[in-house]
Design a binder for this molecule. Structure first.
Ligand SMILES: NC(=O)c1ccc[n+]([C@@H]2O[C@H](COP(=O)([O-])OP(=O)(O)OC[C@H]3O[C@@H](n4cnc5c(N)ncnc54)[C@H](OP(=O)(O)O)[C@@H]3O)[C@@H](O)[C@H]2O)c1
Length: 284
């Protein structure tokens, strides 16, 4: 396994790295396909230490076979639904390292159902992981990044641009991330920090198992609207960031949806969005 090679510069923090999009992004970074200069080290953040340890072995082998400089990896198991404690744990894991890339990817949907049926505790977790933790983590790492240069990649969703009935809070949390990222990108214009917000459409991952009801949504079952390959989504997110775009999405269907949605009456957009998110227990 790679050691830290005494190099404390050019580290990346990836939250939600244990599976899905975060793990796929980490694999690209390990292969040296990042958002610019290859990172020297990765800080992998999630709750599942076992999954992170498995990924560490895989990333080490990807780094060695890709012929790049040795890659150092640190694992941080942190529950980001407690923002203060979670962020403090990540910062302790990054102690002594110069982080130049922050990828806020951890995220969840509390449920796919009528809003009033969703447990308050789940809604609280959803807002903490999707909104508060990225905000506090970025707030903590930004001063150092402004000094040495860096990039923030925030993962939102197409739900940031189109409301998502039956996943109303999830959509609103992603709209928050998008709005915040766009504003920050302007605010940081005169600094060496770039901010990108990537808004993928639905893709296959554990997300559908983690969110009650998600697997039964029309959008999950509808092959034409669904990206099956998480690796492609990761590639698009990194490409969008590398190009210095303020925001982006993947796939022509998502582009078409987003570009044409402004031309349709809101009532129709909401009806289509509701149909795509609808599952049996929901009111119609
Ligand atoms: N899948 C989609 O269709 C889709 C579409 C648009 C946007 N997105 C967004 O893409 C991002 C990645 O989602 P994904 O589809 O890859 O989902 P996933 O496979 O369920 O992965 C979610 C990641 O977030 C981490 N996470 C969840 N709750 C956490 C907590 N309390 N503390 C720390 N880490 C936590 C998970 O790690 P542990 O469970 O190990 O903690 C996991 O690594 C999310 O922000 C999601 O909103 C997904």
């Amino acid at each position: 396994m790679a050691t830290e090679a005494c190099l404390n510069t050019d580290w990346a923090v990836v939250t939600g790295a244990s599976k899905g999009l975060g793990a796929a992004i980490a694999k690209h970074l390990a292969a040296g396909h990042g958002v610019g200069r290859p990172v020297r080290g990765l800080i992998l953040v999630a709750r599942s230490r076992d999954a992170l340890e498995k990924l560490q072995v895989e990333l080490d082998s990807i780094a060695r076979t890709s012929g790049r400089e040795p890659l150092a990896i640190r694992i941080v198991d942190a529950d980001l639904s407690d923002p203060q404690k979670g962020v403090a744990t990540v910062l302790a894991g990054a102690e002594g390292l110069e982080v130049t890339l922050l990828i806020n990817c951890a995220g969840l949907a509390a449920s796919c159902s009528n809003f009033e049926d969703t447990a308050e505790a789940q809604l609280q977790k959803e807002m903490a992981v999707n909104v508060l933790t990225p905000m506090y983590l970025t707030r903590s790492l930004l001063p150092g990044m402004i000094q040495r240069g860096g990039t923030v990649l925030n993962i939102a969703s197409v739900a940031a641009l189109l409301p998502a009935p039956y996943m109303a809070t999830y959509g609103a949390s992603k709209a928050w991330i998008l709005s915040w990222s766009l504003a920050l990108s302007r605010e940081l214009r005169s600094t060496p920090v770039k901010v990108t917000c990537f808004c993928p459409g639905h893709f296959h991952s554990d997300f559908d198992n983690a969110a009650p009801g998600s697997a039964e949504r029309a959008i999950t079952k509808s092959w034409a609207l669904t990206e099956r390959n998480v690796d492609k989504v990761a590639k698009s997110a990194l490409k969008c960031t590398r190009r210095g775009r303020r925001w982006g999405t993947n796939g022509w269907i998502n582009w078409l949806n987003l570009m044409t949605s402004g031309m349709l009456p809101l009532r129709l957009i909401l009806a289509i969005a509701a149909k795509l998110q609808w599952v049996r227990q929901c009111r119609w």
